[in-house]
Design a protein around this ligand. Structure first.
Ligand SMILES: Cc1ncc(COP(=O)(O)O)c(C=O)c1O
Length: 392
């Protein structure tokens, strides 16, 4: 189908300054990975987020994988995860030996809460993954973090969609043991299609990440007469010795890092602009009909990475048909509850008691909402939505 407004796979355009910094890094970065731009991006990101340590990686899935490795799961250890999320939130943990246990979402906020996590916590729970989905920072995150700490459970925040959002003036991603960010093509800022960041606050994790991220490389712990012997660098993971955990190469390149520094300067503006548009859209549409139930948040708690609504009265599919076929707007449905995928069923993780996740997925719609929608496209999107609602 040829859509007038596709659900774009590209979030935003680049400014002249951003293009120039890419050219500069292409010309002067030595080496082209693991250099000064990565160091600068990590420092600036840590400052922006308010975390002592930030590590650039090639994408958020790798950051999740590193977090999963550092959890050191043993036989029977469970990880709690919402079923209503993107698949990458979870499978790195399965690969590292964890057994998933599904938590339900709250019907209003569309994210997990303390109650839904407590309901599935057992003596085997080693870690909890929470996802600030659609760009909404989980309201209960402080309570969830306290609960995890009290029960010696590691907390992973998947902030892939929620960069820059806050709860109680603290940025999402800084409440847990691990905060995971994505700069994928779809996200509110993108470092040329792929990119991610892992933030940690504990020194014991911060000491391990650089080695785990890059082939175990580390400096020798003793002075050498000749710098070239026994080799340029050591390959060892002293903190993980004997645990069977092997390193990776998940590095973020210098050009992407240089661009990341520049993009960070306008993430708040991008989020503000998206939130402004979302609120305008929600208000205008809500005046026409109660058929679409939006989640309206006027503060920095939501960056409206995605604009989603629940379509009531069983009218989701007719709404989508009209929007796509009559108006040429590629509305989509996200995120297939993980326990319903054959992939997870085959692994034995198909059982779940998550009625809200099932119900929300079966009735939801997600609008094209990339930052680079022009004013004309946005007006057409709004006008078309109003017209379709009037017909229904
Ligand atoms: C909630 C969530 N978690 C994890 C990821 C994985 O991010 P990446 O593509 O950077 O690996 C994504 C998106 O791509 C996501 O939306």
């Amino acid at each position: 189908m040829n859509f007038k407004i596709p659900f774009s796979g590209r979030a935003h355009n680049y400014t002249e300054e951003e293009e120039q910094i890419v050219l500069k890094a292409m010309r002067d970065a030595i080496p082209l990975t693991q250099g000064k731009y990565l160091a600068e991006f990590q420092v600036e990101f840590a400052k922006y987020i308010g975390s002592p340590y930030a590590f650039g990686v090639n994408n958020a899935t790798s950051a999740l994988y590193l977090s999963a490795q550092m959890c050191q799961f043993e036989n029977g250890d469970e990880v709690i995860c919402p079923s209503h999320t993107f698949t990458a939130s979870l499978y790195p943990f399965i690969k590292n030996g964890a057994t998933p246990v599904w938590a339900d979402i709250d019907m209003e906020s569309r994210v997990v809460n303390l109650e839904s996590i407590k309901a599935v916590t057992t003596s085997k729970t080693k870690a909890v993954i929470v996802v600030h989905l659609y760009g909404f920072a989980i309201p209960d995150i402080v309570e969830i973090a306290d609960f995890c700490k009290e029960n010696n459970i590691l907390l992973i925040e998947d902030v892939a969609q929620a960069l820059g959002t806050e709860v109680n003036r603290k940025k999402a991603g800084t409440f847990g043991d691990f905060g995971v960010f994505s700069f994928h093509s779809h996200k509110n800022i993108t470092t040329l299609g792929e990119g991610g960041m892992l933030v940690v606050k504990d020194d014991k994790f911060a000491n391990i990440v650089p080695m785990l991220r890059h082939n175990g490389h580390t400096a020798w712990s003793f002075d050498r007469e000749n710098y070239w012997t026994p080799a340029m660098g050591n390959v060892d993971l002293p903190e993980l010795n004997g645990k069977g955990i092997l390193p990776n190469n998940f590095s973020l390149g210098e050009v992407e890092s240089a661009l990341g520094v520049e993009l960070l300067k306008r993430i708040d503006k991008i989020n503000r602009e998206k939130r402004g548009r979302a609120l305008h859209f929600i208000d205008a549409v809500s005046k026409i009909s109660p058929l679409l139930k939006f989640h309206k948040v006027e503060t920095v708690q939501h960056n409206y990475h995605l604009l989603v609504a629940e379509v009531i009265d069983g009218k989701r599919d007719v709404f989508m048909k009209k929007m796509s076929e009559e108006k040429g707007i590629q509305v989509v449905v996200q995120y297939y509850p993980l326990h319903r995928y054959d992939f997870y069923k085959k692994l034995g993780f198909g059982d779940a008691k998550v009625p809200n996740s099932d119900s929300f997925f079966d009735n939801m719609v997600s609008f094209p909402f990339h930052h680079s929608l022009t004013e004309d496209e946005f007006s057409y999107l709004l006008q078309s939505t109003k017209e379709v609602l009037k017909e229904l």
